[in-house]
Design a protein around this ligand. Structure first.
Ligand SMILES: C[S@@+](CC[C@H](N)C(=O)[O-])C[C@H]1O[C@@H](n2cnc3c(N)ncnc32)[C@H](O)[C@@H]1O
Length: 376
């Protein structure tokens, strides 16, 4: 790859595309299996950093290469705007007073679809909660909206959807209940030069009073069906059925004073081959709010495969014992006669042409366990 310009957005976009091309986003998720990819990418960062604008060069050294960078270099780099976002008692940059350097271990910089994103690095026990995964990617592929419109990104995490929308020319407000992801979202908007079109608010979506006239409302909420007895990170805990926060997002679409508001939400549910639980819920949710819903049912896997993944994740992030989690999850699926999990994309239209109705579009072919998110 050749970097054609040494400044600003074009360079970043090319940089991000390159990382996507070599599978860097995949690598983030299969981190134990593919360490060589880190090396490849680090080598690229190493080569590219001399071509980047000065402030970004420091960001890359700190976040991508995880170098300890001298305080004087950092403070005199024009990175001031970033530093105020990353430092502080709950920040992700640590200043070592004896060596006079800054360093972070909790964050990785990755490239996806022409954007640079600082997100959580895999670290056991103390996740900083800035999630990035297949569902994040899935939602970016279904985003709607045109330049000049306004968007609300509910549960924005480190801002991937907000930044995609802002890049299209929308003015975006992102909301997240955790502080660190909000800081990273601000940081990400700065390094992608999109801060003029984004505003990030730290708070609980269910309690915040927000403007009610957005053209577009998007969300990748915590979406996993988790029994209340299981300890699970706020990033994924969607309540017993997986749609606890989705309800609140649909309420925002329904409460909009803008009649054409469109909502796009990704989610996951349990069920059987013939009856994903989400179908009857969606019909009810549409009827209750008088809105049109279209439910695209995506990939599917066995409920036990999902349970295993959730039990591992619960161990990784909260330390819960795998066996105890599996017992709770199996009990839940047994009680509901659920043997499959489905991913879905839910599109909502406040004043659509089928008010009060949900249209279901199954996209999966067959029931092989090939992962839940890779069906378009
Ligand atoms: C699956 S992550 C998605 C993050 C990002 N939008 C993405 O696609 O990668 C879900 C996010 O929802 C946030 N969240 C959970 N409950 C919330 C609430 N009540 N209000 C606002 N954000 C919430 C979590 O902190 C987490 O960042």
């Amino acid at each position: 790859m050749t970097i054609k310009t040494d400044e600003g957005q074009a360079c970043l976009a090319e940089f991000g595309r390159y990382l996507g091309d070599i599978g860097y986003t995949d690598l983030f998720h299969s981190f134990p299996q593919m360490p060589f990819r880190y090396k490849e990418t680090d080598a690229f960062f190493g080569r590219a950093r001399s071509l980047l604008p000065r402030d970004l060069r420091i960001a890359v050294r700190l976040l991508a290469l995880r170098e300890a960078v001298g305080a004087e270099e950092v403070e005199g780099s024009g990175l001031g705007e970033y530093l105020s976002v990353l430092l502080g008692p709950n920040g992700i940059l640590e200043r070592n007073p004896s060596s006079g350097t800054y360093r972070t271990k909790a964050v990785r910089l990755l490239g996806y679809d022409g954007l640079l994103l600082a997100v959580s690095a895999p670290s056991r026990g103390k996740p900083i909660g800035a999630y990035f995964g297949d569902d994040s990617i899935k939602l970016t592929r279904h985003l709607v909206g045109e330049a000049g419109q306004t968007a609300l990104d509910c549960c924005c995490g480190s801002g991937i959807q907000s930044l995609h929308l802002a890049r299209r020319g929308l003015n975006v407000v992102g909301v997240d209940i955790q502080e660190l992801p909000i800081r990273l979202a601000r940081f990400n908007s700065i390094i992608n030069r999109l801060q003029d079109r984004t505003r990030f608010i730290h708070g609980d979506l269910m309690q915040l009073t927000l403007p009610d006239c957005f053209d577009v409302i998007v969300s990748n909420p915590p979406l996993l069906p988790i029994p209340n007895t299981l300890s699970y990170d706020v990033v994924g805990h969607g309540g017993e059925f997986g749609w606890k926060v989705t309800e609140a997002v649909l309420d925002k679409v329904a409460a909009s004073s803008n009649g054409v508001t469109r909502g796009v939400i990704v989610g996951m549910c349990l069920g059987t081959r013939d009856e994903p639980e989400i179908v009857s819920w969606a019909q009810d949710a549409a009827a209750r709010r008088g809105m049109s819903l279209t439910l695209f049912l995506g990939g599917t896997c066995s409920a036990s495969a999902l349970n295993e993944a959730m039990a591992v994740s619960s161990w990784f992030t909260t330390g819960a014992r795998f066996g105890d989690s599996m017992a709770e999850l199996s009990r839940m699926t047994r009680e509901r006669n659920a043997d499959r999990a489905f991913s879905f994309v839910l599109k909502a239209l406040k004043d659509g042409d089928r008010p009060g109705k949900a249209t279901v579009v199954p996209l999966y072919r067959g029931f092989r366990d090939s992962g839940t998110w890779y069906v378009t």
